[in-house]
Ligand binder design. Structure first.
Ligand code: SF4
Length: 500
């Protein structure tokens, strides 16, 4: 890795060298910082499933493609992702998934490595920005060899950070047939001669051994040999912490399938093994049957994000033979932690207050409306993710309110609205239309009002700023009607005002 380069710089260089022509993304923390590296040809998709499907089409037509998403976005694209391996693809397709360990800019923490065994795809994990390029090279080569998507997941920031642990690759076989490319293959239609069961059989017979071989020989697995009672197995960001200690260390850079032989050999050399990884005990859980394995499941390391010093403390605890103390209590906002609330100058503030006045259940969304859960204005009761509010509010029974931003509606909320109209559900949808995705960096959102007018012809419009009582009157009238109501609240976010 060149001095001063970031992970985003590594990504930019790798995409150019690998001739990845289709680059598609859905913004969100932590991958928004990586989006400029996709270059001018980058396309922002309305949602992750669409992004994956566009990439599959490009791959089938012989174009290398990349889907860049945050960890939770993998959930949405997992439907086509789970079908693609046995179906087979054309040219290389890589899903680059940025893990929000913490979580810092997401509603939930998740470990995307689990999609490896679930979808039977290879998952590679560079332990630092300096290994991102080799990870992408290996991933594209393997994807083209097994004709299936590969995933590269990251736990580091794209905008900065060091290069990661400076250790030698565990396997120095000077190969690397793992990096031979299939050169822009198109989709092979002979797959349709097989039944659905036959396609799975083919994939398991042909692809799985190649994945296992690639895992054992990957340059992403790093090793610091040494004797002693305790050895550390680490992955991702946690490997940097572990590398600062003077202990034998195996950095696992291939998460699925795990390099089983390499791990077996390392484990056989030490009586005690500490597993340092984020955010979940993915590797540790697979070693549990063996005595003397320590990590998150044994309480020696915290779940989720780890901090400098955690690995050292765990090693000392293991050496002392003492039991770990109780887990830290759940973190609270009233401990002085900053919470994102609705901005003081937000044009939607009186609308939130008017919604709170209605005293009906309110579903919010993973846009700015999630900021309205706490006081003031404490208008929103539940938030089950981006694009969810219309369908969630449809389930309240009594007519309640769904507050949704225009980005969330285009992302996936539209399907909930169509369902509500078709099934004659009781719901008042309040659309916060400001033309930007304010929570993910102000990306432009297309105007879908003409589509909405076809779905809910009697929709009403409120222009903000407006008085709380005026807004309240419109909302109360719509709430009193039977069926689906839609109120479009047009405002300008001062953080992303095009006129400013
Ligand atoms: S829409 Fe803009 S002003 Fe309103 S809460 Fe979001 S970022 Fe703040």
């Amino acid at each position: 890795m060149k001095k001063g380069w970031t992970a985003a710089d590594e990504l930019r260089g790798a995409l150019a060298d690998l001739e990845v022509s289709l680059r598609i993304y859905v913004p969100g923390y932590p991958i928004t910082d990586a989006v400029p590296a996709l270059g001018e040809e980058a396309q922002m998709a309305t949602n992750e499933k669409v992004a994956m499907e566009v990439a599959l089409g490009a791959s089938a037509a012989g174009r290398r493609s990349m889907v860049l998403v945050k960890h939770l976005g993998v959930n949405l694209l997992s439907d086509p992702l789970s079908i693609a391996p046995s179906h087979s693809i054309g040219s290389g397709l890589v899903v680059l998934a940025g893990e929000d360990v913490g979580p810092r800019g997401s509603q939930a923490e998740m470990d995307t490595r689990n999609y490896g065994p679930l979808c039977e795809i290879p998952v590679l994990e560079p332990s630092g920005p300096g290994l991102l390029r080799p990870a992408l090279e290996e991933a594209y080569a393997l994807s083209e060899k097994i004709r299936a998507p590969a995933m590269v997941r990251t736990t580091f920031e794209f905008g900065g950070g060091d290069g990661g642990p400076e250790l030698a690759p565990a396997e120095s076989s000077a190969h690397h047939d793992e990096r031979k490319f299939g050169r822009f293959a198109t989709f092979d239609r002979s797959i349709w001669d097989l039944t659905a069961k036959g396609r799975h059989q083919r994939y398991r017979i042909e692809a799985l051994p190649q994945m296992r071989s690639a895992s054992e020989r990957s340059d992403l697995n790093l090793l610091r040999e040494g004797g002693g009672d305790l050895g550390i197995i680490a992955s991702g960001r946690a490997a940097s912490f572990a590398s600062k200690m003077d202990l034998p260390l195996l950095v696992v850079g291939f998460s699925h399938p795990l390099p089983a032989e390499m791990i077996r050999e390392f484990v056989s050399e030490h009586d005690k093994i500490l597993v340092a990884e984020e955010p979940a005990p993915f590797i540790e859980a697979r070693l549990l049957a063996r005595e003397g394995v320590f990590g998150k499941l044994t309480g020696h390391l915290p779940w989720g994000k780890m901090e400098e010093g955690d690995v050292e403390r765990a090693a000392e605890l293991i050496a002392s033979g003492k039991k770990p103390g109780p887990a830290a209590p759940p973190q609270r906002f009233d401990e002085g932690l900053a919470s994102k609330t609705v901005c003081d100058d937000c044009p939607y503030l009186p609308l939130y207050e008017a919604v709170a006045d209605l005293s009906v259940p309110v579903a919010g969304d993973a846009g700015c409306s999630i900021r309205a859960v706490r006081a003031p204005p404490a208008a929103v009761d539940v938030v089950y993710g981006l694009g969810s509010s219309v369908a969630v509010a449809s389930g309240f029974g009594e007519k309640g309110v769904a507050i949704i931003g225009d980005y969330a509606l285009a992302h996936s909320g539209l399907l909930g609205l169509i369902d509500a109209v078709i099934n004659k559900r009781e719901v008042l949808v309040v659309l916060l239309k400001n033309g930007v995705a304010a929570m993910t960096g102000g990306q432009t959102v297309p105007d879908i009002t003409p589509i909405l007018e076809r779905i809910v012809p009697d929709l009403r419009t409120i222009d903000l700023p407006a008085r709380r009582d005026e807004i309240g009157e419109v909302l109360a009238q719509e709430l009193a009607k039977a069926g689906v109501s839609l109120v479009v609240a047009r405002g300008v976010c001062p953080r992303y005002d095009p006129a400013a």
